[in-house]
Every structure is written in C-alpha cells, then in structure tokens.
Design a protein around this ligand. Structure first.
Ligand code: MN3
Length: 208
C-alpha cells in the first residue's frame, strides 16, 4: 500500500501565491485519490504483478488505469518538492552553478523561465510542463499530456509544473498565466539543482 506522502511544508505555506484552499483540495483530495485508486487497482487481478514494485517501476512498466494513477501519484509528489515557502522580501533565484547551466542551455535564467512559461501556457488541456534530463545528458523543456511523465522514457525529471485546471482554478480561475507567474515566486531552485546534480532520490513514495 502506498502512503500519501507528507507535503514538504504546511498547507498555507505557499500563500499568497498558492492558497491553503488550493493545496487542501489538490493535495488532500486529488493527490490522495490517485494514491487510493492505485492501491485499489494493485489489489485487483490486473494489478497483482505490480505489487511490491516501487512507484517508479510501476510507472515504467504499466499502462491504462494503473499507469494513470501511478504516474499522477508520482508526478504530484515530485511537484510538491518543486515549490517551497518564500518570504515576501526574499530573493528566490538559482545558485550561481544552476544559473550557469540555464545560461548555457537557454541563454539565461529569464530566457529559461520564458520558454518554460510558454510551454506551460500553451499546453492544450490537462498535463504538465517538465524540465527534464535525457539519457544523453541533454536538458529539455517538454509539455506532456494528462499523466505522462519523463519516467516513461527513462528520462530524469528536474522540474514539474502541473497545468491541470485543478492546480489553479480556485486561486486564478481560468488564468493559467497568473498561476505560472505565482509558481515562479515559490519555485524551489535548490530542488532542481539537486536533481541536475543527480542526487539520488530514494523512491519518492513510501509503502506500508
Ligand atoms: Mn494536479
């Protein structure tokens, strides 16, 4: 049985950019539902062969409903780490090392944010904007539909932005661009850097 992972901060910690209300639904209802559904599916006949695997393996090997719920369980866990509480007077920017990387790949931090924002903003329908590292070491910004995730292709996720409407509707209604702007205020550059450096993440989701 997968557990709903703890949020890495309090539900009101991202205010005023992401409200407590949004997090209570997004984490407490949507994310929880993916995990409950996944646990239910693993108890059913089709799920038996995935029991005991970690979530990353299930995502890589499954399809259909099991994939959708496992990938969404994983993607949300990853997404929570992509944000952090930031004080109003705090300068939230990448470290010099990460800055250098973003400069070399995208021409600068602002250029990177602009490109990532464009992918997130123009993604049609539900899905995710990702910064990912491919197996050949190259770094790309990719929009993916629904539950799709870099893990499917053996790539390493570095940064995720949920662009499903449930991620922003309570705070920003239909204005996805306002939500994306808010995301940059609380983006967790340190987490992105740890992923770039290949710091091993133990399986993101614990089982009991
Ligand atoms: Mn979501």
């Amino acid at each position: 049985m997968f557990k709903l992972p703890e949020l890495p901060y309090a539900q009101d910690a991202l205010e005023p950019y992401i409200s407590q209300k949004t997090l209570s639904y997004h984490y407490g209802k949507h994310h929880k539902a993916y995990i409950d559904n996944l646990n239910g599916l693993l108890e059913a006949e089709d799920g038996a062969k995935f029991k005991g695997m970690n979530v990353e393996e299930i995502v890589a090997k499954s399809s259909g409903k099991i994939f959708n719920n496992a990938a969404q369980a994983y993607n949300h866990t990853f997404y929570w780490y992509c944000m952090k509480p930031v004080a109003e007077d705090e300068v939230n920017e990448p470290s010099p090392q990460l800055k250098e990387l973003l400069e070399s790949k995208f021409g600068g931090v602002e250029e990177f944010k602009h490109k990532f924002t464009e992918v997130a903003k123009t993604h049609f329908g539900s899905g995710w904007a990702w910064l990912l590292k491919k197996q050949d070491g190259s770094i790309e910004i990719v929009g993916m539909h629904d539950a799709d995730t870099p893990l499917m292709n053996g790539n390493t996720p570095l940064l995720a932005l949920d662009v499903w409407e449930h991620a922003y509707y309570l705070d920003y209604q239909n204005s996805r661009p306002d939500y994306i702007e808010a995301f940059w205020k609380v983006v967790n550059w340190g987490f992105v850097e740890s992923r770039v450096n290949g710091e091993e993440l133990a399986s993101l989701m614990e089982q009991v």
